[in-house]
Write a protein that binds this ligand. Structure first.
Ligand code: NDP
Length: 480
């Protein structure tokens, strides 16, 4: 029997079981919305502190589902969560404060302000690549905004969220059901969409479209965080040592299963050979294994990814690319060696489709303008990066890149700056997580307009429509 570390997918809850979990979330939401935002933030922060104290246990569970290296778990699951909790805990009150509205003098006798009301139950439908960070990290602002969360983790990484829900419940700090988990496949995801007041969906563009269509029919607010094809633009004046190490980390971190991960390098002619040599040297130092310590690159998490990566590499080879690495290290454990694809062209799937695996295709370009044109020649627009010694030029070039997030001499770090909006354009999604926008999206705004004085008088634009009112309105418009 082959030894495999890939657990089977979770059992799907029946519709009755899912409805029961959703009802518990709804009941909890009713109580929670009445708790002041400051108290909500403190409670969620304390829940996180207690989970953090149990991080060794959490790693065991995440490792059992993903085989992530320990440092990767710390750097990419724990640290960003901590930064998210701290950002929202420090800013939630300010962001959700009632704000007076600007108004004209003709409304001087009225009070106008905006308040932010929780939506109720927020459905979080999440993928398998970051089984803790994505669902828990998105729960933080949703809960601080006064909602309950109903989480549908990927059926391939369900244990992590079941462990987390148990840990949250064990703190006794949140009402029962406020942090609820519905387990199973896409059918459970659909029910979560139907029973929630809003959904934040993170996953593939294909499923995202189906979710958007269904949400449209139900007129439910939905935010979509979808796939990407990060173009790394390396200009001739880039610092090669940093750019090469970034390419290797940015393409192979989490075994390439990062939505903002580097998926193609567009390198100016003049620097191409030096860049490739440095990348190869760096790749030679990578240690691959089934997680734990002393390992840099782990394995694929989702079984169908194995075929997808192998198919893209075969397609590249058959179209003339040179593939360095990319051998099957351990098929039973979904382990493929990191691959560098040289001589990549636009005809190759590896340059056009999301790979979501440890593959770095490199293509020569003649100038920065060509690089930007090729970067934009993709359906996706999530993350991109520009590498150059001229920071001003790179930042200005970034404005021409169709991407929700751009790094200059930087990659994969936007999640660690939660004051920045995180999300994509084109087929990479709709809406943004994080930042002020990413907290307010979990609320509906309520615009309040209160007539203060004179208490008994009608407003002049009400009935009856006498002719003197036309002159009055004209006069008002001239003065405003
Ligand atoms: P999928 O789209 O396959 O699945 C995402 C989630 O949706 C899973 O929980 C899945 O359930 C569920 N689901 C499937 N069908 C439906 C449906 N009809 N209605 C509601 N929910 C459904 O994505 P993956 O899990 O394969 O994740 C990888 C993708 O996620 C990549 O494309 C990656 O780029 C993207 N991603 C985007 C991020 C971003 O922030 N932009 C961050 C991380 C990943 P189940 O899997 O259990 O069947």
């Amino acid at each position: 029997m082959p030894v495999t570390t890939v657990p089977p997918p979770a059992r799907s809850m029946t519709p009755v079981e899912t409805a029961r979990v959703a009802a518990a979330a709804r009941a909890a939401a009713e109580r929670w919305r009445r708790v002041p935002v400051g108290e909500r933030s403190e409670a969620v922060s304390e829940v996180w502190r207690r989970i953090y104290q149990r991080r060794a246990e959490l790693y065991k569970v995440v490792h059992s589902e993903t085989c992530k290296p320990l440092v990767e778990f710390e750097a990419m699951e724990l640290c960003p969560t901590d930064l998210i909790v701290k950002y929202f805990a420090s800013n939630a009150r300010r962001i959700l404060e009632e704000a007076p509205a600007d108004k004209s003098w003709i409304m001087a006798n009225k009070r106008a302000f905006v308040r932010w009301l929780p939506r109720g139950v927020v459905g979080l439908i999440t993928p398998w690549n970051f089984p803790f960070l994505i669902p828990f990290g998105d729960s933080v602002p949703a809960l601080m905004a006064g909602n309950a969360v109903l989480i549908k983790p990927s059926e391939w990484t369900t244990r992590t969220m079941l462990w987390t829900a148990d840990a949250v419940q064990g703190t006794g700090l949140l009402p029962e059901g406020l942090f609820s988990v519905a387990t199973g496949d896409g059918s459970v995801g659909r029910q979560v969409l139907q029973t929630s007041d809003m959904v934040l969906f993170t996953g593939s563009t294909r499923t995202g479209r189906a979710v958007a269509q269904e949400a449209g029919g139900l007129l439910k607010p939905v935010v979509l965080e979808l796939g990407g094809k990060h173009p790394m633009i390396v200009l001739r004046d880039a610092a090669v040592p940093r750019a090469a190490r970034a390419a290797v980390w940015g393409a192979f971190a989490n075994c390439g299963q990062v939505c903002v991960g580097i998926e193609r390098a567009l390198v100016e002619d003049e620097i191409h050979d030096r860049f490739v040599a440095a990348v190869r040297a760096e790749m030679g130092r990578l240690r691959q294994g089934l997680g734990g310590t002393g390992v840099d690159v782990g394995r694929l998490i989702f079984p169908p990814q194995f075929e997808r990566v192998m198919d893209q590499l075969e397609d590249a080879r058959s179209k003339g690319a040179t593939v360095i690495g990319g051998e099957v290290a351990d098929a039973d454990n979904l382990m493929i060696r990191p691959a560098l694809v040289l001589g990549a062209t636009l005809e190759m799937k590896v340059m056009r489709e999301e790979t979501f695996g440890p593959v770095l295709p490199v293509m020569k370009v003649s100038c920065a303008e060509e690089a930007v044109r090729l970067a934009n020649d993709a359906p996706y627009g999530l993350a991109a990066s520009i590498w150059s010694a001229d920071l001003d030029r790179a930042e200005s070039l970034a404005a021409s890149v169709e991407a929700g997030m751009v790094g200059v001499n930087d990659c994969l770090s936007h999640y660690a700056v939660p004051s920045l909006p995180f999300g994509g354009v084109k087929s990479s999604g709709l809406g943004r997580r994080h930042s002020e926008e990413g907290l307010r999206m979990f609320c509906s705004s309520q615009a309040v307009l209160t007539h203060e004085w004179p208490a008994s008088m009608p407003d002049p634009w009400w009935y009856p429509y006498e002719s003197w009112k036309s002159r009055l309105l004209e006069w008002i418009q001239r003065l405003t």
